[in-house]
Design a binder for this molecule. Structure first.
Ligand SMILES: [Zn+2]
Length: 160
């Protein structure tokens, strides 16, 4: 009995000889090789997606190309450089958000004199007036701005 199936690559019909032979999936060697190449490419794509999963598809393609062309070392170095840029930008974003929050709260409180303690216990203060509050955010370190923001929030809650 001849059973017919279709080639999983091109769809042409295949006569299965049966009789203990394995079922043929491909009509000929060209389709078999095409399927093998496609599988290998898929595996490669999967590997690239897994390895650089935190990057966009565009960056993944670029890093893959870079690795093929210039080797593993350069690809890894570029990967780390991109990551550093990203985390810097995040850091800057957070800092800006805290600065803005402080000035915004200052405006709500009408920019009073604000006293607070630094991490080392030393008392510091921001002079009254918008310009002093703004200058403070420009020159103070991020964690000091955070402490000022805490003090301003407390003042806002208690009305002290
Ligand atoms: Zn075929």
């Amino acid at each position: 009995m001849v059973e017919q199936t279709t080639c999983i690559v091109c769809g042409q019909s295949i006569n299965q000889t049966g009789g203990g032979h394995r079922i043929r999936l491909y009509c000929d060697d060209t389709c078999k090789q095409a399927a093998f190449r496609a599988r290998r490419e898929q595996e490669h794509t999967d590997e690239v997606t897994r390895r650089w999963s935190s990057f966009t598809a565009e960056t993944r393609t670029f890093l893959d190309w870079l690795r093929d062309r210039h080797g593993e070392d350069l690809a890894v170095n570029v990967e780390h450089a991109i990551e550093r840029e990203g985390s810097n930008r995040n850091q800057q974003g957070v800092t800006l958000a805290i600065d803005e929050a402080l000035v915004e709260l200052g405006r709500k409180l009408n920019f009073p004199r604000l006293d607070f303690a630094r991490a080392d216990g030393q008392q510091v203060h921001i002079q009254p007036g918008e310009v002093h509050w703004t200058n403070f955010t420009l020159i103070a370190e991020c964690r000091e701005v955070k402490l000022a923001l805490e003090a301003a929030r407390k003042r806002n809650r208690t009305g002290e």
